[in-house]
Design a protein around this ligand. Structure first.
Ligand code: CO
Length: 174
């Protein structure tokens, strides 16, 4: 009986040890797997991030953007989404997002654009615009894609008449 008890103890000990080993091994395997997965996902993401940057900016019925600054890297593909989160029509509270070439005089361009109603306030044939969204009413959104220009600081505005005074920001290319 004593021997049987001893045997049971030994067997239990062996079982515990082997079980512990197994668990440890499983955990290591799991860790290996998850580390591997995490790494590859991170790599994919960072590769994507290097090539494409997505920026969402909103405009509201109070004539305000929610961003005053955007930062990208030269040569990156930039995907800008403008969302008009207000309710007003584009005839009275239209919003767009217009990226101007470096050194463009904003008030001068704003005045010119404000008179270009027929082309939704983006002057036809202008060489001052790098990229622009459509003119939006409340509830609408538009996404545009373009390649970030050379390093520098650029202005973006809403070119609806008078809006550039409030709806403006800096587009910084590093
Ligand atoms: Co506007």
């Amino acid at each position: 009986m004593k021997n049987f008890k001893k045997l049971m103890l030994v067997l239990t000990a062996i079982a515990m040890v082997s079980c512990g080993e197994k668990k440890e091994k499983e955990q290591i395997d799991l860790n290996d797997n998850s580390v591997g997965t995490t790494e590859s996902v991170t790599e994919e993401k960072s590769t994507q991030d290097e090539n494409v940057v997505e920026i969402t900016i909103t405009g509201n019925d109070q004539m305000q953007y929610d961003l005053k600054e955007m930062k990208v890297k030269a040569g990156q593909t930039v995907r800008v989404t403008l969302k008009h989160i207000g309710k007003m029509d584009k005839n009275v509270m239209g919003h767009n997002w217009v990226l101007l070439t470096n050194g463009t005089d904003v008030p001068e361009f704003g005045a010119l654009a404000g008179a270009a109603k027929a082309t939704d306030y983006v002057p036809a044939g202008t060489d001052k615009v790098i990229a622009h969204t459509k003119l939006l009413s409340g509830g609408e959104s538009d996404t545009i894609e373009f390649v970030a220009p050379a390093a520098g600081t650029y202005d973006f505005i809403c070119s609806f008449p008078g809006h550039y005074a409030l709806m403006k920001g800096k587009f910084i290319v590093e």
